[in-house]
Design a binder for this molecule. Structure first.
Ligand code: NAD
Ligand SMILES: O=P(O)(O)OC[C@H]1O[C@H](O[C@H]2[C@H](O)[C@@H](O)[C@@H](O)O[C@@H]2CO)[C@H](O)[C@@H](O)[C@@H]1O
Ligand code: MN
Length: 468
C-alpha cells in the first residue's frame, strides 16, 4: 500500500503549472497524492490556473484535495514536496533584464550574462525568504526548485542553508537536450541512457551517455552525427519548437563542429558566440516579449477555456485524448514519452525526481550540488550540475574525470561571476556587483559594467537589495 503524499507548487501562477498538475494526474496510480495546493503572491494571476486545477482534480483526481492560496501557512503546512517555480519581478522585469544590455550590444538573456545577474539579484532574496517560510511550516519537506537563475540561486541557498539536503536545485535543459538528441544514437530515447555531465547551471557539457543495458558510451555516435550538421532532418526538431529553440538546437551542431569532444548545454551559445547571439537578438522585441505574447497568453487561454466550459472530459481539453496511453509509465518505469500540453521535459523531470525520492529509487538525475571533489581540479565550493543518484537520503553525486583546460578556464571565470553576484546580493555590496558584471565574459569592461549596473539599479527599485 503506497503512502499518499502532499504536494505544494510555489509559483502556482507559473506558465508551467498546468502541465505539472496534468502530470500529477497522469501518475496518480504510481505517485498517489492526498493533497495538492498552489501558492503564489499574485492572487489574480494564480486564480486562472487555480480554477483550471479545481476542474481538473474534480474530474480526474477526486481522491486528492486541491486548493490554491496566497496564505503561506495554508500552503506549506503538512507538505511532503514543494515544487518551486517563482519568477521574482515577473516577465515584465525579465524584459528589462534583456533589453538593457542589448542597447549596448551586450547579450540580453534571462539567465546568461547581465540579464542573469539582474534576475539573480531579485531571485536570491525572494528564494531565501520563500525557503525560510516553507521551513517554518514543513521543516522536512523536499523543496525541488526550478526558479532561475538556478546557478545563482543554488550558490545562495548553499550558503544560507548549508545542511539542508532536502533542498534541491534543478534545470530541465539537459533533459530536453537528451530528449531531442538521444535518437541520434541508434534511435535511443533519453530513458535508454545514463548521462554524465558537468558544469555550472546553463554552462556545462555532457561527457558520456551510457546505454543502460550494455554500458556502451553512445555519445561519440551522437557527436559524429551532430558534426555533419544535418540533424534537423533526422530529428525534425524544427517541426516541434518555436524559432528561438530551432535556432538554438541548430546552433548546438555548430558548437559540436567547433569543439567536438563533448556535447555542450545549449546556453553555451551565449558565452562562445556572443557576437552571433547579439546579432540574432532584436533589442526591441526580446525573448520575454515572445513568452508574454506566446506561452503566457496561451496558458491563460487554455485555463480560461476549461473554466468557461466548467469541464474537461468530453471537450478538446480531455486528458484521456491528449495523452492517449493505456499506462502512463513506459516498460522501464519512466513516463518520459508522455506528451504534455505546453512543454514536455519540465513537468516530467520534476515529478520523476519527486518519485525517485518518495520511493527511494536512487535513479540518476542531473542536480546542482556542491563540488567537494566531484571534479577534483575545480573549486571545492563550485555549485556543479552533475549526475547524482537521488533517493530518500538526498542526492549522491557520481564522481567524474578532471575538467580539461578549456572547460576549467571557462568554468572558473563564470563561477567567479556567480560568487560575486551572490556576495553582492547577500552583503548589499555595490562593489561586489560591479566586480561580478566586470568579470562576466559577456561584459568584460568595467565602464560598461558600471553603466549596466546603474541602469539595473534604477530599473529594479525595491526588487534589488539595497547596494551601498
Ligand atoms: N530551471 C529550469 O530549467 C527552468 C525551466 C523553466 C522555467 N524555469 C523558471 O521557472 C520560473 C517560472 O517561469 P514562468 O515563465 O512560468 O514564470 P511566470 O512569471 O509565468 O510564473 C512565476 C510565478 O511566480 C510567482 N511568484 C513570484 N514571486 C513569488 C514568490 N516570492 N512566492 C510565490 N510566488 C511568486 C508569480 O506571481 C508568477 O505567478 C522562472 O524562474 C523560470 O526561469 C526554470
Ligand atoms: O525563454 P523561455 O521562457 O521559453 O525558456 C527559458 C527556459 O529555457 C529552458 O527550459 C526549456 C526546456 O529546456 C525546453 O524543453 C523547452 O522546451 O522549454 C523550456 C523553456 O520553455 C531552461 O532550462 C530554463 O532554465 C529557462 O527558464
Ligand atoms: Mn534551466
Amino acid at each position: 500500500m503506497k503512502k499518499n503524499f502532499s504536494v505544494a507548487i510555489a509559483g502556482g501562477g507559473s506558465t508551467y503549472t498546468p502541465d505539472m498538475l496534468e502530470m500529477l494526474c497522469l501518475v496518480r496510480e504510481d505517485f498517489p497524492l492526498r493533497k495538492v495546493v498552489l501558492y503564489d503572491i499574485d492572487a489574480d494571476r494564480q486564480e486562472h490556473i487555480g480554477k483550471f486545477g479545481e476542474i481538473l482534480f474534480r474530474e480526474y483526481y477526486p481522491e486528492a484535495e486541491f486548493s490554491y492560496t496566497t496564505d503561506p501557512q495554508k500552503a506549506f503546512e503538512d507538505i511532503d514536496f514543494v515544487l518551486v517555480q517563482i519568477r521574482a519581478g515577473g516577465l515584465k522585469m525579465r524584459e528589462l533584464d534583456e533589453k538593457i544590455p542589448l542597447k549596448y550590444g551586450v547579450i540580453g538573456q534571462e539567465t546568461c550574462g547581465p540579464g542573469g545577474f539582474a534576475y539573480g539579484m531579485r531571485s536570491v532574496p525572494a528564494m531565501i525568504e520563500l525557503v525560510k517560510t516553507i521551513r517554518r511550516y514543513s521543516p522536512e519537506a523536499w523543496i525541488l526548485n526550478y526558479s532561475n537563475p538556478a546557478a545563482i540561486v543554488a550558490e545562495a541557498t548553499k550558503r544560507v542553508f548549508p545542511d539542508d539536503y532536502r533542498l534541491i536545485n534543478i534545470c530541465d535543459m539537459p533533459i530536453s537536450i537528451m530528449d531531442i538528441f538521444c535518437p541520434l544514437a541508434g534511435g535511443r530515447k533519453r530513458t535508454d541512457v545514463e548521462p554524465r555531465y558537468y558544469g555550472l547551471n546553463h554552462f556545462g557539457w555532457f561527457t558520456h551517455m551510457y546505454d543502460k543495458k550494455t554500458g556502451e558510451d553512445v555519445l561519440p555516435e551522437m557527436l559524429e552525427k551532430l558534426k555533419t550538421g544535418d540533424c534537423d532532418r533526422e530529428l525534425g526538431y524544427s517541426g516541434k519548437n518555436d524559432d528561438y529553440w530551432n535556432f538554438t538546437f541548430r546552433h548546438l551542431e555548430k558548437m559540436v563542429q567547433d569543439f567536438p569532444h563533448s556535447l555542450p548545454n545549449t546556453y553555451m551559445q551565449y558565452y562562445l558566440y556572443p557576437d552571433t547571439m547579439v546579432k540574432h537578438s532584436d533589442p526591441n522585441y526580446t525573448r520575454a516579449n515572445t513568452v508574454i505574447d506566446g506561452r503566457e497568453r496561451r496558458v491563460k487561454e487554455y485555463c480560461d477555456g476549461v473554466a468557461s466550459l466548467n469541464q474537461i472530459r468530453g471537450t478538446q481539453y480531455d486528458l484521456d485524448l491528449k495523452y492517449s496511453r493505456g499506462s502512463h509509465l513506459d516498460a522501464d518505469g519512466s513516463f518520459a514519452s508522455a506528451t504534455v500540453a505546453h512543454n514536455d521535459a519540465h513537468a516530467t523531470y520534476i515529478v520523476e525526481l519527486a518519485m525517485s525520492i518518495a520511493y527511494n529509487q536512487n535513479d540518476i538525475f542531473l542536480i546542482i550540488t556542491e563540488n567537494k571533489g566531484i571534479v577534483p581540479n575545480l573549486s571545492e565550493g563550485m555549485m556543479l550540475e552533475v549526475a547524482c543518484r537521488v533517493g530518500i537520503n538526498g542526492a549522491e553525486p557520481l564522481r567524474i574525470q578532471e575538467a580539461g583546460a578549456f572547460e576549467k578556464g571557462l568554468l572558473e571565470g563564470q563561477y567567479a561571476y556567480e560568487k560575486l553576484t551572490v556576495d553582492a546580493a547577500l552583503e548589499g555590496s555595490y562593489q561586489k556587483a560591479l566586480m561580478a558584471l566586470t568579470v562576466s565574459r559577456t561584459v568584460g569592461d568595467a565602464e560598461l559594467a558600471r553603466t549596466l549596473l546603474d541602469e539595473y539599479i534604477a530599473a529594479n527599485g525595491e526588487y534589488f537589495p539595497k547596494l551601498v
